[in-house]
Write a protein that binds this ligand. Structure first.
Ligand code: HAM
Length: 414
């Protein structure tokens, strides 16, 4: 029979690699809990409208990258390309805003975008995603950036660049958009790509995010949002940067940082690394003060970020496997049952280890024990079973002794 292969841009995360992902998640849990964040597990599949309305019709994600299909009843569904829209939907649908003033949620899991796969860019990728809903305070912006830096620091990832910007609000954005409109009006199809010729009329902010070299070049002299900010946005951003300075978080101001999703307002940020190639953004996020309302909820602000786990995994390298306490080698068929029961006793007592399921030669079992990296190899033959004893071989020093079953635990623990 012909073998069936996985889909392009999707990966099997086997032991070794999956361990790195587990480490990322456990570190996130541990750090986020200190800030009062709680985990939510949300659907991977949502109605398509959720994403088109929140991420924006003009974005690359909605236009080109979504895995969208019709279900058996003809409803359009989409595999989530990001988590924020789903979190906000769940926040509104479950009335969390009625139950608490500030909801602090995180989730981790797979996202799906039909992008061109390359190093650090997959079609199924994983994010650790954080959202806080209900506060418009700049204190939240700073605390969230501190938490992100804390998480990345706890992972031991260094030399990261934090870039931040303010994208303005519903009050000051229109003046900026009209300035952008005026600026791009002067360029024709020979200068801007086909998509940007449309974007400059429908959503000129998206031109600033275009990856086509010609468009990128033209955006160099485009007006910057910081020149159009209203006093409220300026005050908010000043308060955020003051706190970041006071807390010692180093960052770069990047007035051209627009992000690829439409829901952002005010503070936005991206964290990049120079060590993982072209796909250098390891995390990104910002405020989205109009999104809850846009998705049918009350007019409440929100803010969040997501880290790309594939990219963090590239930076983290290998995570060492935990060292098992023992490997139980069984010599002779009669000792098999006793071996299995002894191993179970040891595990219930808190130790970790495997036991041989077939009585092979001592040499091959010692080789197996070595492969598992166990601290001790326990050797159980028929005579040991009869005498209620076990041979204990220290795999580091190579010494071995026969000990009574009664004293075995004590030996293993010391
Ligand atoms: P995003 O910038 O689209 O933001 O994605 C966040 C991170 O996910 C990126 O910085 C990158 O590390 C990773 N990522 C994105 N696409 C891929 C891919 N195809 N392969 C591998 N990694 C990828 C968001 O998704 C927002 N929802 C973040 C957010 C949360 N904003 C507010 N709350």
């Amino acid at each position: 029979m012909e073998k069936i292969q996985k889909i392009k841009g999707f990966a099997d995360l086997l032991p070794g690699e999956s361990q790195v992902y587990a480490r990322l998640e456990s570190c996130a849990r541990h750090v986020f809990a200190r800030y009062g964040y709680k985990e939510a597990r949300l659907p991977i599949l949502e109605r398509t409208e959720l994403f088109s309305r929140s991420i924006g019709e003009e974005t690359d994600v909605v236009q080109k990258e979504m895995y969208t299909f019709q279900d058996r009843k003809g409803r359009s569904l989409t595999m989530r390309p990001e988590a924020t829209a789903g979190v906000v939907r769940a926040y509104v649908e479950n009335g969390l805003h009625v139950k608490e003033e500030l909801s602090k949620l995180y989730c981790a899991g797979p996202m799906f975008r039909y992008e061109r796969p390359q190093k650090g860019r997959m079609r199924q990728f994983h994010q650790i995603n954080v959202e806080a809903l209900g506060s418009s305070s700049p204190l939240l912006d700073a605390e969230m950036l501190f938490m992100l830096a804390h998480f990345l620091g706890e992972l031991g990832i260094a030399d990261l660049n934090f870039e931040i910007n303010s994208l303005g609000c519903a009050q000051c954005r229109p003046a900026y958009l009209s300035a952008l409109n005026d600026y791009f009006k002067g360029f024709d199809a020979g200068q801007l790509c086909e998509d940007c010729m449309r974007r400059k009329l429908t959503n000129p902010l998206r031109v600033l995010d275009c990856k086509v070299p010609g468009c990128k070049e033209l955006t160099r002299c485009a007006p910057v949002i910081t020149d159009y900010q209203c006093p409220g946005c300026r005050e908010h951003f000043d308060a955020v940067t003051w706190l970041l300075d006071a807390g010692g978080l180093a960052y770069t101001l990047n007035p051209r940082l627009v992000r690829g999703l439409d829901y952002y307002s005010r503070t936005t940020f991206e964290v990049t690394s120079g060590k993982i190639g072209a796909q250098s953004a390891v995390a990104g996020g910002g405020r989205y003060d109009g999104l809850v309302k846009n998705l049918g909820g009350p007019d409440l602000p929100g803010m969040g970020f997501a880290c790309g786990m594939e990219r963090l995994a590239l930076l983290l390298g290998e995570v060492p496997s935990p060292i098992p306490d023992f490997f139980l080698a069984v010599l002779g068929d009669k000792a098999l049952n006793a071996g299995l029961l002894l191993a179970q006793e040891l595990r219930l007592a808190g130790l970790a280890g495997e036991c041989s399921l077939a009585a092979k030669s001592a040499k091959s079992q010692l080789r197996l024990a070595g492969k598992t990296g166990a601290r001790f190899c326990l050797i159980l033959g028929d005579s040991e079973v009869e005498n209620d004893a076990v041979v204990l071989k220290d795999m580091t020093s190579g010494t071995q002794e026969t000990v009574s079953r009664k004293s075995l635990l004590e030996h293993l623990r010391t």
